[in-house]
Design a protein around this ligand. Structure first.
Ligand SMILES: Cc1ncc(COP(=O)(O)O)c(C=O)c1O
Length: 417
């Protein structure tokens, strides 16, 4: 070693080395910490840890946001789905139409009640239920449809409700990932019989733990859901029906009320980030290599996830390449529900779900949280652009993929040199 003072090794401070997390919850929560702590203190002082005023305030606000009449707090998005199915007395012998490309809870709520999930394929562009395939899946046993508004974009809810009405089926909107998203000017949860929301910390409106909300405009249904979430008990120690214990804690509601005021701004920031990714990927020609996520006509996307498709079996290698460069990414969802071990007993015919299986093999979710900076997005895009798999694709050009513009330019320069 020479006696010279060495420069300390760059520790994540040069933009080109900077780690980029998939999600940094603290960037949203930290500026609100004092306000949230004050709200917590009020709850602690009141001692009303269940059914405190914050719960009722949040229920009212959520109903208004979802363009519905009633909000009913519960312990999680999973419980919201379960309670909805319980409210319609769904059980053994009944079938419920669901997507297979979704989070587990959408289908497990059905099986927990002894009913059967019937999986319908998705539209490749939006990852949501393909409404044109629903009718063929309806049998005399079908009782309900659960469209999931996946990644922040509404399914074709108007069409789905029209089908449901024709066949006298209930519609339960799984809007766990889509508060504030719209279909033809109407908010998620405003059109189905019941809407289900999750406040899991990674959602666009994330709590400090678990929480959920049911939304409906049907007063009798709202009353039944309130009964069901509290052991079917009314009055105290008199149980009218068999319910469960699924309440939204006042502490959660207090934090969510503080955060709710910031939702319009956070939603705009996510939308701006999505637009910027589109521009950046297009600038370097990656828009013709990756499948970039699309907003379908008439929808307002709230970008809970920014989900690209990586074709030609290169998804896992790209994910590893990003991880090597300290860039967070995730696969939502690597195994469709019909292929889950616990659902093997359903003996689903995979040939009916080709788009679901292709999506599971190709999707990769990139950072999109509101406070993500332009510099961080630039790093994500530049790192994707340097992925050797895409360079191979271009050099050998045996695939259907076109290489990014900048790589094609490099090749042409190499040829003419
Ligand atoms: C589509 C979907 N449905 C249901 C749920 C369940 O919500 P929770 O985690 O609040 O139980 C989630 C959350 O992960 C989800 O993404």
């Amino acid at each position: 070693m020479s006696g010279q003072t060495q420069e300390p090794k760059s520790q994540d401070n040069s933009p080109s080395e900077m780690p980029v997390p998939l999600l940094d919850i603290s960037r949203g929560n930290n500026p609100l910490k004092a306000e949230i702590m004050a709200a917590f203190e009020k709850v602690v002082d009141s001692g009303r840890f269940l059914f405190g005023p914050d719960v009722f305030q949040l229920e009212e606000s959520m109903a208004e946001i979802c363009q519905a009449k009633f909000g009913i707090g519960c312990a999680s998005g999973s419980d919201a789905l379960l309670l909805s199915l319980m409210a319609f007395d769904i059980g053994p012998g009944d079938e419920v139409i669901v997507p297979s490309f979704t989070f587990f809870a959408t289908a497990s709520a059905v099986t927990r009640l002894g009913a059967t999930p019937v999986f319908v394929d998705i539209e490749p562009e939006t990852f949501n239920l393909d409404a044109s395939l629903i009718e063929a899946a309806i049998t005399p046993n079908t009782k309900a449809i659960i469209p999931v508004h996946l990644f922040g974009q509404c399914a074709d809810i108007t069409e789905i409700i029209a089908i449901a009405d024709t066949h006298n089926l209930k519609v339960i909107e799984d809007a766990a990932q889509s508060i504030f998203s719209e279909h033809q000017g109407q908010r998620a949860c405003s059109q189905g019989d019941i809407g289900c929301v999750s406040f899991y910390p990674t959602k666009n409106l994330g709590g400090m733990g678990d929480g959920g909300m049911l939304v409906t405009s049907d007063e009798a249904l709202a009353d039944k859901l309130k009964l069901l979430r509290g052991h079917g008990m009314a009055p105290r120690y008199y149980h009218q029906i068999i319910g469960i214990n699924s309440r939204l804690d006042t502490l959660q509601a207090a934090a969510l009320n503080v955060k709710l005021a910031h939702m319009p701004r956070w939603t705009s920031m996510r939308q701006a980030n999505a637009a910027r990714y589109h521009e950046m990927f297009a600038e370097c020609g990656l828009d013709t290599v990756l499948g970039l996520p699309k907003t379908a006509p008439g929808k307002t996307h709230i970008w809970n996830q920014y989900t690209v498709r990586v074709p030609n079996g290169q998804r896992d290698a790209l994910k590893q390449h990003l991880a090597d460069k300290q860039i967070g990414s995730e696969i939502y969802y690597p195994v469709p529900l019909h292929q889950q071990e616990c659902f093997a007993y359903l003996n689903v015919d995979s040939s009916t779900l080709p788009e679901t299986e292709q999506a599971a093999a190709e999707v990769l979710n990139l950072p999109i949280f509101p406070e993500l900076t332009e510099q961080e997005q630039r790093r994500v895009v530049d790192t994707v652009a340097c992925f050797p798999g895409f360079q191979q694709t271009t050099i050998h050009s045996t695939h259907t993929l076109k290489g990014p513009h900048f790589l094609r330019r490099q090749q042409e320069q190499r040829k003419s040199a």
